[in-house]
Design a binder for this molecule. Structure first.
Ligand code: FAD
Length: 517
């Protein structure tokens, strides 16, 4: 009896000691961080901003937010956490502009690094035969555009929305209507500077530390923090002819899209979207498109049909206007859209690239920007796009009132298979993006639950019809699902993780790895 009592007492003492020690470790972290030599500063009090994102569905509060002033601030912090070893549970998320959809830039109880505070190195444009711009990882693409335009230059590959950071889009891919020709943004980077999960600052490119370079591109923030990037530039046009054409026949629509992306320089931007059961055709929330003939445009009746809109852009300078008009007319004459549904407008290059921001301003003023966004982004092999359309448009999805559905093909040859991004294994594949907004208070077809169920049905259909679909901006909660996402590339992804962030300190919000404890 005495022995049992003794053992019980010993156990109680032992566990109290462990708990105390853990509590001490956790509560001593802020002190140990505060004592580090930094140019920037921590915020331990107001961290709510770092627990939010554009998706507006997940909210994980960090312990602290670091506002770094220099790359060294980031390196010092990560090295410190690395040296604490596996016994510290502290994780680190770089936060770009926080436009993730499902908490990917959040760190529950961890440290969020506010990359937009990083002002150095300053942006620098290099002119010459092969121009480029050096930027820090927290820079917004809109700022890069404005600065490079001062030299008559601009990046070649974009996202549809420019108020995103370089580090944020390069961690995914960065895709828009230019990707068919130039590849995604991750195909347009020459050099990176990375702070790895061990706190080392490493410069990398194709030639130097190539494995780290390719790992980080499309690497979902798993291998290091991008502190600097060198981005390829090209001469910028001053104006853009922006064209929309309607199709009722999906086969004609995709045939024209595929023909255009395979035929070189006919257009500079090629996208498309689906219209199901809508009347206000060109009233798309996502862009500032105002056709030159608004009356004709408003007279076109979709009569509840499913329509497909091909969206094209041709860049030009004013002195070439006449020649470009002729050229565009010639290219359009080979397309099979519904006659009388050609809508055209001319805008400045910057207005074209920054088009979604106009809608943002409008939506913000109506309180409709900060709502839940249960987006679903899919890469679909060309050979299965008809099966996908048949099973989804007009069936699972019976209207497009909750936001635009983008659909456009890209050429796989413009993607580098050494990067970490996962794409289908076909020469051409489509991006299909369901960019929905939910009404928080609604239980009906505009509500979050309804849209999430619809997304689930779309994914189940893809699975059961074996369409070989891969998610873009993926979000999974179990490692098994990540393993399936990466398929045969999972082992390589694991090896990269153990080389560059072996304690799994970085980007915990992606939920791929758990910090070793
Ligand atoms: P965050 O949300 O802050 O971060 C995203 C991930 O990257 C997180 O895991 C974070 O930890 C990590 N990260 C952030 N910065 C760094 C860094 N410096 N180093 C390493 N890791 C880092 N995508 C497209 O491809 N094409 C589009 O046309 C497009 N349009 C969009 C339009 C809107 C309105 C929105 C909200 C998103 C759009 N996206 C598009 C998706 C967008 O590219 C991603 O959500 C991107 O991650 C957002 O960038 P961010 O700076 O907000 O990143």
């Amino acid at each position: 009896e005495h022995t049992i009592l003794f053992l019980k007492g010993f156990m109680i003492l032992f566990f109290s000691f462990i708990t105390l020690r853990l509590n001490f470790c956790v509560s001593s972290i802020p002190y140990s961080l505060k004592s580090l030599p930094l140019e920037g500063h921590f915020n331990f009090d107001d961290v709510s901003h770092a627990a939010r994102d554009f998706g507006n569905r997940y909210q994980y509060y960090p312990m602290s937010v670091l506002h770094p002033k220099s790359v060294s601030d980031i390196a010092v912090i990560i090295k410190h956490i690395w040296q604490m070893g596996p016994s510290s549970q502290l994780t680190v998320a770089a936060r770009g502009h926080g436009h993730s959809l499902q908490g990917q830039a959040q760190a529950h109880g961890g440290l969020v690094i506010n990359m937009e505070s990083l002002k150095f190195p300053e942006m620098q444009v290099y002119t010459g035969n092969s121009p480029y711009v050096d930027v820090n990882g927290g820079e917004l693409w809109i700022n890069i555009l404005r600065e490079s335009l001062r030299y008559g230059l601009a990046p070649r590959s974009w996202t549809d929305y420019l108020h995103l950071t370089v580090g944020g889009t390069l961690s995914n891919a960065g895709i828009s209507g230019q990707a068919f020709r130039h590849g995604p943004q991750i195909s347009n980077v020459q050099q990176l500077e990375i702070v790895t999960g061990k706190g080392e600052v490493v410069s990398c490119s194709e030639e130097q530390n190539g494995e780290l370079f390719h790992s980080v591109l499309g690497g979902l923030g798993q291998f290091g923090i991008i502190t600097r990037a060198r981005i390829v530039l090209e001469p910028a046009p001053s104006k853009v002819k922006w064209i929309r054409l309607l199709y009722a026949d999906f086969t004609a629509f995709t045939r024209d899209q595929e023909k255009l992306i395979s035929s070189g320089r006919k257009f500079d931007y090629i996208e498309g979207f689906v219209i199901i059961n809508r009347t206000g055709l060109l009233n798309n929330w996502r862009s500032s498109f105002k056709p030159q003939d608004p009356v004709r445009a408003s007279h076109f009746k979709s009569d509840g049909r499913t329509l497909f809109c091909l969206e094209l852009a041709k860049y030009f300078n004013l002195e070439d206007s006449d020649a470009v008009n002729e050229e565009v007319e010639e290219h359009l004459s080979h397309l099979n859209y519904i006659p009388s549904t050609l809508f055209l407008t001319e805008v400045t290059y910057i207005d074209f690239l920054d088009r979604v921001h106009v809608s943002e301003v409008k939506l913000r003023s109506k309180g409709l920007w900060d709502v839940p966004h249960p987006w679903l982004n899919l890469f679909i092999p060309k050979s299965k796009i008809h099966d996908f359309a048949e099973g989804v448009f007009g069936k699972i999805l019976t209207e497009t009132n909750n936001g635009p559905i983008l659909i456009y093909p890209v050429n796989k040859s413009k993607w580098d298979n050494r990067t970490s991004v996962v794409i289908p294994d076909e020469d051409i594949f489509y991006l299909v993006a369901f960019l929905t907004s939910a009404v928080p208070t609604s239980d009906g077809p505009q509500g979050l639950e309804y849209i999430l169920t619809q997304n689930k049905r779309i994914l189940e259909y893809c699975e059961s019809a074996r369409l070989g679909v891969k998610q873009y901006l993926p979000h999974y909660t179990a490692q098994e699902e990540w393993r399936a996402h990466f398929g045969p590339r999972w082992e390589a992804f694991l090896q990269r993780k153990s080389a560059y962030d072996p304690l799994a300190i970085l980007a915990p919000g992606q939920r791929i790895f758990q910090k070793a404890i």
